[in-house]
Design a protein around this ligand. Structure first.
Ligand code: 164
Ligand code: MG
Length: 371
């Protein structure tokens, strides 16, 4: 397959509810959407999930645009490709920038699945026809938390994730457990704690959480292993796992009992599948994390979560949880706590290109003859 052109769209969408963590609040979501078209006119779509500022990882929308414009895209327009794994390998000549490289590698996966006439889920070996939907509840005051969780439970979500930090943990979780004693509940700390907080974190064991996500530093694997020995609550790693080798090391050291896989954070769908398979071989369950993304990346998350070792509901919620209007049609909907895995070719949704152009601050088209 030869690539005829790659188009990049720098889009901006207003989140229906601002997304709050102790690290900051996201209310306007910039994204880079990519459209890869082959010589036969078949197109695949991908999405860069980096944020506008480096609060979650070191990447930003700007660094991603630079890496794609100046390195990744020009090199891919030169090649002849027979599988998305080849696209993944070709980009290994450059270091880092996992979310930027994932964006264009995802477009290749969608394109190749469409060329094969297969849904993305089938193309990667998915086994589920429906996946369990989970949701993150992040509110600005604890008093709103109970009502916000009530709403999502009524909508059928099978797992609720809340954000914790040393100022908002025991009392908040105690209040939630009093209202929802049986709820499948987990907490994401986004590195808000240190090993000095072991006793504080041990107290949270009483709440029977599914897991505590990323309690310690975002680049740590060693201290999480020490903390896991002290807790009965499973530790889940998110930010610490940015590569296949990170997952190998975390499993070897016992740093976690669960891994949150995000296609962008680990550098693409090829790596996400490899980490899934590694975790399955080692008895480590995984779930698919979210990045406040548009329906393009969410449709990848749904396909990924159809793989057998995704046994825990992920941060995969309906389009309407985030957007007044999503960029895909039909939008992602949650029915009785589940999301149907699309069966039509590729990501299984059509992409509203007219709307994408309306919400784009910048658009650039790359074709071989222009290089
Ligand atoms: O996309 C969703 O619904 C959840 C997003 C989410 O929880 C996160 C996205 C990015 C950074 C974090 O705040 C958090 C996470 O750590 O998983
Ligand atoms: Mg997280």
């Amino acid at each position: 397959m030869k690539i005829k052109k790659i188009e990049m769209f720098l889009t901006k969408l207003e989140l229906l509810q601002p997304f709050r963590t102790h690290l900051g609040t996201v209310s306007e979501r910039e994204s880079i959407l990519l459209k890869m078209t082959d010589m036969d006119g078949v197109s695949g779509w991908g999405e860069v999930v980096a944020f506008s500022s480096p609060w979650y990882t070191e990447e930003t929308i700007q660094t991603s645009w630079h890496m794609l414009e100046d390195f990744f895209i020009p090199s891919l327009l030169q090649g002849q490709w027979e599988h998305p794994g080849e696209i993944h390998n070709a980009l290994l000549v450059w270091k880092g920038n996992p979310m930027a490289r994932a964006g264009v590698e995802m477009a290749a996966w969608d394109l190749f699945a469409k060329r094969a006439g297969k849904s993305l889920a089938d193309f990667i070996g998915g086994t589920r026809k429906r996946i369990d939907a989970g949701v993150v509840v992040s509110v600005d005051t604890p008093s709103k938390m109970i009502d916000a969780i009530n709403l999502r439970v009524k909508e059928g979500y099978q797992r609720v994730k809340v954000k914790i930090d040393p100022g908002h943990d025991y009392e908040m979780l105690h209040a939630i457990r009093r209202e929802f004693p049986q709820l499948a509940l987990m907490a994401d700390a986004n590195s808000a704690y240190t090993l000095n907080d072991v006793d504080r974190l041990k107290k949270l064991d009483e709440f029977q959480l599914l897991m505590i996500e990323q309690p310690l530093a975002s680049d740590d694997i060693i201290e999480h292993a020490e903390l896991q020995k002290a807790l009965s609550t499973p530790i889940c790693l998110d930010e610490s796992i940015v590569s296949y080798n990170d997952a190998v090391h975390a499993i070897k050291l016992g740093s976690c009992q669960v891994i949150n896989i995000k296609i962008g954070r680990v550098g693409g769908l090829t790596n996400a599948i490899r980490i899934h398979d590694l975790c399955m071989r080692n008895g480590i369950p995984v779930w698919c994390g979210g990045m406040l993304e548009t329906g393009i990346s969410r449709s990848f998350n749904i396909a990924l979560a159809s793989l057998p070792n995704f046994t825990i509901p992920g941060d995969i919620s309906s389009s309407s949880r985030y957007w007044k209007k999503d960029v895909i049609e039909p939008e992602v909907v949650v029915t009785q706590g589940k999301i149907s895995v699309p069966t039509s070719p590729g990501i299984g949704h059509s992409v509203n290109e007219k709307y994408i152009k309306e919400i784009s601050a910048k658009i650039k088209t790359f074709q071989k003859e222009d290089l």
